[in-house]
Design a protein around this ligand. Structure first.
Ligand SMILES: [Zn+2]
Length: 88
């Protein structure tokens, strides 16, 4: 069930991309590969996973978005393994 929802998402993206967009960002809360478990860099509480964004064409980059209840929102860039605060 989860997998088929995710596939529908991707199908929708593909039809958008084929209309000429050279760079597409897409959000999903059900990425094919589960987001990592991360700790808040300030208080070391477990961060709450929110969603994942895929962006770019080649290479396709991935960001995972998290929230600390106390310290706000963070993004984790998979390619660089960097966690940093974000407004998104
Ligand atoms: Zn925190």
């Amino acid at each position: 069930m989860v997998r088929s929802l995710s596939q529908m998402w991707e199908t929708g993206l593909l039809s958008q991309t084929s209309r000429g967009a050279t760079r597409a960002a897409r959000f999903t809360s059900e990425p094919g590969i589960q987001a990592p478990l991360l700790l808040c860099p300030t208080c070391a509480d477990a961060l709450i996973y929110r969603h994942t964004m895929f962006s770019g064409v080649r290479p396709l980059e991935r960001w995972d978005y998290f929230t600390c209840v106390t310290h706000g929102r963070f993004e984790y860039r998979e390619r660089t393994h960097r966690l940093r605060p974000t407004d998104l």
